[in-house]
Every structure is written in structure tokens, then in C-alpha cells.
Design a protein around this ligand. Structure first.
Ligand SMILES: Cc1cc2nc3c(=O)[nH]c(=O)nc-3n(C[C@H](O)[C@H](O)[C@H](O)COP(=O)(O)OP(=O)(O)OC[C@H]3O[C@@H](n4cnc5c(N)ncnc54)[C@H](O)[C@@H]3O)c2cc1C
Length: 421
């Protein structure tokens, strides 16, 4: 008998089983979606104006509280469940099937990200004043970074200023922002403003400032029309003219705006990726059903190999997307470096989402273009996904830079490709 060396099982350290406690939560979230959220979709009179049917969202939040699943991402002391990044990956995937699901859990962008930002950087007073009502669903918020007049992919271009007025003990903000999701009706904004004056400008010149939207000088100047789903509160343009807030409204330390924003964006980018997977799964489900229901050229569409290949490609896109999200969430949760993985996951999943809904449109024919079904709207949503939270090209720049850095050190690029060994 040969005595082959024992090779440790490759699966020894990798367990993809969902822990029982988390599975139980997912079952409750799925029941909430099936029994409360999906039936409520027809009650939204205008899907492009969810604020007009906000009572439906309030009712869903009451149901979520009754089911014990409200704000799962928040720590228990803030009324949540303390579900970590990996758990939220699975919750958000489930929620992706309907825009109302995340709203019902009060775990949607931008409020979810703003809650995390406040938890990371807020003082006890700021948490009471801003996080408490947000967590309880009494207010909404927005995050104001992008500006219409400069390429905001490069944040050192941002021109909005916050100047310290020591005499009055206030910050004085001036500038214009746009595409600020949820700004209409938001109680406050977290504004990215230039507080430093380095030459040339660096990331360290920017800070985060909490601005209540009823402060004189804060003005919504325009509601541009945007392609795709309309978030509650739209994506308006904002002008700030001598907006004065107390110096104590600085969130985190001066000059740390982007350090904090990066932490916020890591979770935010993953949350988006998870929801896109949920939508893409629903698109693939609808597409597979459609193939079984219609016939062309003497046989079901499902029997045409060209269409089978499209289904197969979508299944592979979904599988790869799920694994990337779960691996990245695992890294974040375990405190491992994850910048590269976030960039790769955000880019890949947003683009896979686009490919999957594009195939869904094609397979549905004219029905894929009609707004009767949600598919045409998802197609538009998927296009925007490649731009917000970092355009694909900017993420590719970051990803490639990391590979080249290792290459310049004469090392393998393995560490820049997920570092899976
Ligand atoms: C639906 C939606 C919601 C949004 N919500 C918010 C919000 O709530 N708050 C907020 O502040 N912003 C928000 N944004 C704005 C978003 O963050 C910006 O659009 C994004 O950061 C890009 O900035 P920009 O539009 O100024 O594009 P620009 O910086 O002008 O870039 C334009 C294009 O140039 C290319 N490009 C840029 N840099 C490079 C590079 N280095 N290499 C190669 N190509 C490059 C990319 O293709 C990029 O899309 C939202 C956007 C959308 C679409």
C-alpha cells in the first residue's frame, strides 16, 4: 500500500453554512417580505414618489418592529439587532427584491450609512440629537458630497467651504451640491466641506459637518429628473449660502472627513451590492418563468439553447457576485484589510447586475421595455449603479494600482486578488 502524504482538506476552514440564529432572522425577514412588503407594493400610488405614500412605509416599519427585525444593522442599545456586516449581507440580499423592504426595516441608503457614520464618529450629544430620531424612524437624512461644477470622483476638487467663525462659535458653509439622495424632507445633512487650505489641496482638507436642513441659507434649488427609481426625497441640487451651524456640529475630527467617509462607504458599497444581487435574482426568476411560459418556432423559449446560455450566464454572474460579497463582508467583519475587495466587489456586482437585467429585458421582448413590469426600471437602476459610490473606472484605477504596487516590489499579485492563497 502506498503511503500518500495527508493533504489537509481544502474545506477545513471554510464553512458556508448560515448560522442557525442568522437563518432564523432571515426566515423572519423573508416572511416580512412575502406577507407584508410585496402585497404593499400595489399601495404605492406613484413608485417615483414614495413620500406621497409614506403611511405605507410607516405601517411596514410597525410590522417590522412587531416581527423583531427593525433596524437589524444597529446595535441593540439603539433599538437594533446588532447584526454584523456578514449577516447584513444576507438580510440585504433578501431585501433587494423590493425597494420597500429596506425602507420597511429603516435600513436603506442613505440613512443606513448615515447611522453608521454617526456611530463611528458622533459625540454622545450628536448621537442623541441626530441618531436617536433617525433610528426611531422619526426623521430622514442625506449625505452631501457631490458637486455639479467639479469632477467629484476626485474629492480634492470639492469646493464647498466651511469656515470657522471663532467670534460666534460657528461654522459658515458656502457651496453647491447635487444628486443628494433623500435631501427633500431630510431633517439633516452630513456635508463634506473644505476646512483646510493646503496647497495643493489634499484629502485632509475636508471635514464632515452636521447641518440641520432648516438652517437659514440651506436651500433646495432644483429637482433634476433622473433616470431610474426615485428614492424618497429625490436627488436634488442644494445651495448653501452663509449657512451657520455651531462648531460642535463637526462630525469626527477636523480633516478626517474622508477617513470617516471611507469607513462609511465600505459598508455602503457592500449594502448596495447585496441589494443589487436581490434585484438580479428576482430578474432571473422572472426570466426563467417567462422562458417556460412562451413558445416560438414550435417549442418553448426555454428549449432554445441561445436563451438557455443567457440564463446560465446570469446564474454564473449571480454566483460569483454572492461569493465576492460574502468574502468581502467576512473580511470587514473580521477586521482584515478589505479596500481592494470592496472595490472589486462593488465594480463586479454593479456590472453583473447590469448584464443580468439586460438579458432579462432581451428575453422579455417588448415586455422588457414596457414599464408594466419592474424590469425596465431595474435596467435603468443598474446603469446608475456603475456611477454612484465610485464609478467603475475609479475603482479599476484603485484595483490596478494595488496589483502594480505588488509587482513593483517583485511580489505576486495574489494579495490584490482577494488574498485567498
Ligand atoms: C443614483 C445616484 C445617487 C447618488 N447619491 C448621492 C448622494 O446621496 N450624495 C452624494 O454626495 N453623491 C451622490 N451621487 C453622486 C455620485 O457619488 C457621483 O456621481 C460620483 O461620485 C461621480 O462623480 P461625478 O458625477 O462628478 O463624475 P466625474 O467625477 O465627473 O466623473 C465622470 C466619469 O469620468 C470617469 N472617471 C473619473 N475618474 C476617472 C479615472 N481616474 N480614470 C478613468 N475614468 C475616470 C468615470 O467614468 C466617471 O463616471 C449619486 C449618484 C447617482 C447616480
Amino acid at each position: 500500500m502506498s503511503s500518500a502524504p495527508t493533504v489537509p482538506s481544502a474545506t477545513g476552514g471554510i464553512d458556508f453554512t448560515v448560522p442557525a440564529e442568522l437563518q432564523e432572522l432571515l426566515d423572519r425577514v423573508n416572511a416580512f417580505i412575502e406577507e407584508d412588503v410585496l402585497p404593499a407594493e400595489v399601495e404605492i400610488t406613484d413608485p417615483q414618489d414614495v413620500l406621497a405614500s409614506w403611511d405605507v412605509v410607516e405601517r411596514l416599519r410597525d410590522r417590522a418592529r412587531e416581527r423583531g427585525i427593525y433596524t437589524p444593522h444597529l446595535p441593540e442599545e439603539w433599538g437594533g439587532l446588532g447584526v454584523g456586516v456578514l449577516g447584513m449581507a444576507l438580510v440585504n440580499q433578501a431585501c433587494g427584491v423590493s425597494g420597500l423592504a429596506s425602507l420597511g426595516l429603516n435600513a436603506m441608503a442613505p440613512d443606513e450609512g448615515n447611522m453608521h457614520t454617526l456611530l463611528i464618529a458622533g459625540t454622545p450629544d450628536q448621537l442623541e440629537e441626530y441618531l436617536r430620531p433617525l433610528a426611531e424612524g422619526r426623521t430622514r437624512s442625506c449625505f452631501a458630497m457631490t458637486e455639479p461644477d467639479v469632477a467629484s470622483s476626485d474629492p480634492t476638487n470639492l469646493q464647498t467651504t466651511a469656515v470657522r467663525d471663532e467670534a460666534s462659535g460657528e461654522w459658515v458653509l458656502n457651496g453647491t451640491k447635487w444628486c443628494i439622495t433623500g435631501a427633500e424632507g431630510a431633517a439633516f445633512a452630513i456635508v463634506v466641506a473644505k476646512t483646510g487650505s493646503s496647497e495643493p489641496t489634499t484629502h485632509r482638507d475636508y471635514s464632515l459637518i452636521l447641518v440641520p436642513t432648516d438652517t437659514p441659507g440651506w436651500e433646495i434649488t432644483r429637482h433634476p429628473e433622473w433616470m431610474g427609481s426615485h428614492s424618497p426625497g429625490g436627488h436634488p441640487e442644494i445651495r448653501m449660502t452663509d449657512v451657520r451651524v455651531p462648531l460642535g456640529n463637526l462630525l469626527g475630527n477636523e480633516g478626517e472627513g474622508f477617513v470617516i467617509a471611507q469607513k462609511r462607504l465600505a459598508g455602503g458599497r457592500l449594502a448596495h451590492a447585496m441589494r443589487w444581487i436581490g434585484v438580479a435574482q428576482r430578474a432571473l426568476d422572472m426570466t426563467s418563468q417567462r422562458l417556460l411560459q412562451r413558445k416560438a418556432f414550435g417549442k418553448e423559449l426555454a428549449r432554445h439553447q441561445g436563451l438557455q446560455f443567457m440564463i446560465a450566464d446570469s446564474a454564473m454572474d449571480l454566483y460569483a457576485s454572492r461569493l465576492m460579497v460574502l468574502h468581502t463582508a467576512w473580511k470587514v467583519e473580521n477586521g482584515l484589510p478589505h479596500r481592494q475587495e470592496i472595490a472589486m466587489t462593488k465594480t463586479f456586482v454593479s456590472e453583473a447586475f447590469g448584464r443580468i437585467v439586460d438579458r432579462a429585458v432581451q428575453i422579455h421582448g417588448a415586455a422588457g421595455i414596457a414599464m408594466d413590469l419592474p424590469i425596465a426600471r431595474w435596467y435603468q437602476d443598474a446603469r446608475a449603479a456603475r456611477i454612484y459610490d465610485g464609478a467603475s473606472e475609479v475603482h479599476r484605477m484603485v484595483i490596478a494600482r494595488e496589483c502594480l504596487k505588488l509587482a513593483m516590489q517583485g511580489q505576486s499579485t495574489t494579495a490584490a486578488t482577494g488574498d485567498l492563497g
